[in-house]
Each structure stands twice: as C-alpha cells, then as structure tokens.
Write a protein that binds this ligand. Structure first.
Ligand SMILES: Cc1cc2nc3c(=O)[nH]c(=O)nc-3n(C[C@H](O)[C@H](O)[C@H](O)COP(=O)(O)O)c2cc1C
Length: 433
C-alpha cells in the first residue's frame, strides 16, 4: 500500500533561507549571494586581523571596493575594425570581463578604449566615441554589477602611437589603410608635436608615423572628446568610474613630457603648460557621483634625456592634483614614451617604488594603485600593509588565472565570496571531499 504524500508548502523561514535569489542587475536568472557582505571579493568574516588586501577600501563616500585587488586595464584588440559595429565590445568581452567578475577581484578596469576613431591604438581597439558602443558595454557592466564588483573604463587616445599593428606584433609600428590603419591618411595620426615615436630607422623598421601636431583648437576639441566619452560611460553604459589613460606614451603622456611636447602655445613649454591638457581632461571627465582614476607613467626611464618626464615631475603633478581635486586614484605605471628608455625590470612589484613615492606625496588625499609583476598574495598584501599603495592591480597573472584573488585569499587564510554558482562546492558544509 502506498501512502498519498502531498507536497506541503515550505514554511516561510525555509523559503527565505533556501530560495535562490536572482540578480536584479541582469535580465536572466542568475543566483546571487545573500547578505550585506555578499559582494564578490568581500571577506566573509571581516575582523581587524583580516589581511589588508582583503579589507574594503572606500574611495569616495558611498563608493567602496570589496577588496584591494583589481584587474589592470589590458587591451585585447578584439573588436570589429569596420562596419556599423566598429569598436563595439562583443560576446568575447562579456566572457572575458565576466570571468574576473565571478572570481574575487574587487574592481575591474576595462582596457584602453578610444575616445575617437583615430585614437585607437590598433584598428581592432574597442571604442566609446559613439552611443552604440556605449550601449554595447552595458551588459558587461551589468554582469559585473550582478556580482557587486566595481567596474570602470580606461579612456584613451593613442596620439602618435595610434594606428599600430594589432596584437601579434603589439603595436610595434604604424599601419596604413591597406591593413585597416590610418597612418597614410593626412592629419589622422596626431600628437602635441610632429615628432615620431622613434625616428631611428635602425629600430623603426617599418616606421612609426610622423604625426601631425594638433592645433590649439584641436587640443580643446580633444578635451571635449574625453568629456563626452565619460558622459557616455556613466549615462549609457553605467560604469562606476572612469580611468584617464595618461601613461605609456599615448596622447596625454606625450603632452606631459618635454621630450615629446615641443609646443609653443599654452599647452607646451613650462611644466604648468604641459600638464594643462591633462588637467582640462580631468575637469571634463570628473563627475559629482563617480570617482576618477588616472594612470600615469611615473617615470620615463630615460635619464639620458634631460627632457624626459621623471618621478619628481609625477610627485609635482600629484601635489597639483591634490590641490585641485577631481582625481581619486592615481594608478602608477612607467615608461613607454621614449625610444631610448631603459628596459623596465620585470621582477615582482618593480613599479612599487614609484607608487610609494606618490603615496608619500599625497597621503590619504588620493588613493594609489601599484601595478607590475604581481604573482604572490603575501607580497601583494605587504605592499598594502606597508602603506606603499592602497590598491594592487594585476595584469598578466590574472589573464592566466582569473581566479587569482581567490587563490591569494586561500594563501592568506581568508574566505571570500565568489560567484554563487561557483563557490558552493568549496564552502558548503555538506561538501567535504
Ligand atoms: C596584453 C596587455 C595589454 C595591456 N593593455 C593595456 C591597456 O589597455 N592600458 C594600460 O594602461 N595598460 C595596459 N597594459 C599594461 C598592464 O595594465 C599592466 O600595467 C602591465 O602589464 C604590468 O602589470 P602585470 O605585470 O601584472 O601584467 C597591458 C598589458 C598587457 C600584458
């Protein structure tokens, strides 16, 4: 004889305990972690002993990172280079950035994204010079938000290094329209001055293009391009912050350095004039409701060139930024504006001394991000514990393993939230293998 068992409605307290909650950020079913600390990357039990790397960081009132490990901006050169979808992020970008969003990073900085078509580093760069591109970023942003991860976009203009050959040879030389570039189009590759990145024919086999110097009016128009891109990033795409790309020998860096800026108008000559373009961009980009990040090459690594930008210049700039406001995080990289630069060392934390010098200069007025060669959680934590930087950004090690923050959390004895569909076999009491 079989008993007629009727399913009973579960009591309310069990429903609220066990029913999976879906994210309100996306328009598909996606289980999210519960509770006020349930942001991905957030330490499950936060105490005074929690290593600082896994403690939250408030950047501005109401804008708090769940931990101090971030995805450094990294170009992927994987966007359509022509047609109506030119510069749009695709399913690839969704998957790529989504993999970081699920696995413990406290913030993601999306790769250098062009504010104008001629500012792309290669034809396959992503862009945000039109509304369609900004709309295409929206689902990447929404997915990060579904995990409680802060996501920003790096706004860039390649200046004299634009129109480079895409990934295989990593932008080593300018390409013309037969390869989808624009270095043969008069006036399309621009810079503060008509100086190619590398005039040395020995090194410059195919030739970096001799750029056209921007007129004063064009400089002002370029400032507006950054402002308009930031507006799209916030109002259409929904990004949490913008990072201004002022590093690596691209347009803003070219203005900063006297080695690449020989202008005689108000944007060249003195230190105050050379930083003017950047400061106007900061003003154009800044928002009442979102923090602004700025990446700089803290030193041009070219002591042989008296015109090269140095760490002393960066410290001077940082003081100006503190004074004026508008920048909340300085992301400290180095090099790439001078063909005669010394090779960057590649050991772990090789740029930390620059971050430390800037941290000493700005105190708690601006947060400092260190980047370069991080592979080990103990080491990264020490940089933050020692007050050398507030944030650790990781590039290549995260490319290899998007779950690096989770690995570092294990290493440092911290349990962190990761995407709900991924974490339950690790943290569920019933699953002890
Ligand atoms: C594939 C790749 C692409 C990169 N693209 C960018 C970029 O778009 N913007 C930027 O500021 N830096 C870029 N970088 C530099 C990284 O953000 C980072 O500063 C550098 O790789 C050092 O950190 P890592 O040793 O952890 O990789 C790129 C680096 C790599 C490896």
């Amino acid at each position: 004889m079989t008993k007629d068992i009727k399913a009973q409605p579960a009591p309310e307290h069990l429903v609220s305990k066990f029913k999976l909650q879906t994210s309100k950020e996306v328009d598909f079913f996606l289980p999210v972690n519960k509770g006020s600390n349930a942001k991905v990357g957030h330490a499950k039990e936060l105490t005074a002993e929690t290593p600082k790397l896994f403690q939250p960081l408030e950047i501005t009132p109401g804008f708090t990172l769940s931990n101090r490990i971030g995805v450094s901006p990294m170009c992927t050169y994987s966007a359509p280079s022509s047609g109506s979808e030119i510069g749009n992020p695709t399913q690839f970008h969704q998957t790529h950035y989504g993999s970081f969003a699920l696995r413990g990073s406290g913030l993601i900085i999306v790769e250098s994204t062009a504010v104008a078509p001629n500012g792309r580093l290669s034809p396959e760069d992503v862009g945000i010079w039109n509304d369609e591109q900004a709309k295409a970023w929206r689902s990447v942003v929404q997915f990060a938000h579904s995990q409680g991860v802060k996501i920003g976009i790096q706004l860039g203009h390649g200046g004299r290094k634009a129109s480079g050959i895409p990934p295989a040879d990593h932008l080593q030389f300018g390409i013309d329209s037969s390869l989808g570039g624009w270095s043969d189009v008069k006036g399309a590759v621009v810079a503060p001055s008509a100086l190619p990145f590398n005039p040395d024919p020995e090194v410059n086999l195919q030739g970096y293009v001799t750029p056209t110097a921007l007129t004063t009016d064009q400089v002002e128009e370029t400032v507006e391009l950054f402002g308009a891109a930031a507006k799209r990033a916030y109002e259409i795409a929904g990004f949490d912050f913008v990072e201004i790309h002022g590093a690596h020998g691209y347009l803003i860096n070219e203005f900063l350095s006297a080695s690449s800026n020989k202008r005689t108008d108000q944007y060249g000559g003195s230190f105050e004039n050379r930083i003017r373009f950047l400061l106007e961009i900061v003003d154009a980009v800044k928002s009442e409701t979102h923090p602004t990040f700025l990446r700089i090459s803290a030193d041009e690594l070219t002591p042989s060139d008296p015109d090269a930008w140095t760490i002393e210049d960066s410290v001077k700039l940082a003081h100006v930024l503190v004074e004026r406001g508008g920048v909340h995080v300085i992301d400290v990289s180095s090099g790439a504006n001078n063909p005669h630069a010394e090779r960057r060392p590649s050991h772990q934390g090789f740029q930390v001394p620059y971050a430390k010098a800037l941290k000493a200069a700005v105190g708690d007025k601006i947060q400092i991000a260190a980047v370069g060669g991080f592979v080990d959680g103990e080491f990264a934590n020490k940089v933050v514990e020692n007050g050398e930087a507030d944030i650790v950004l990781v590039g290549k090690t995260l490319l290899k393993n998007p779950g690096l923050p989770w690995v570092w959390a294990d290493q440092l004895g911290v349990k962190i939230n990761v995407g709900r569909p991924l974490e339950w076999p690790y943290y569920h009491p019933a699953w002890k293998f």
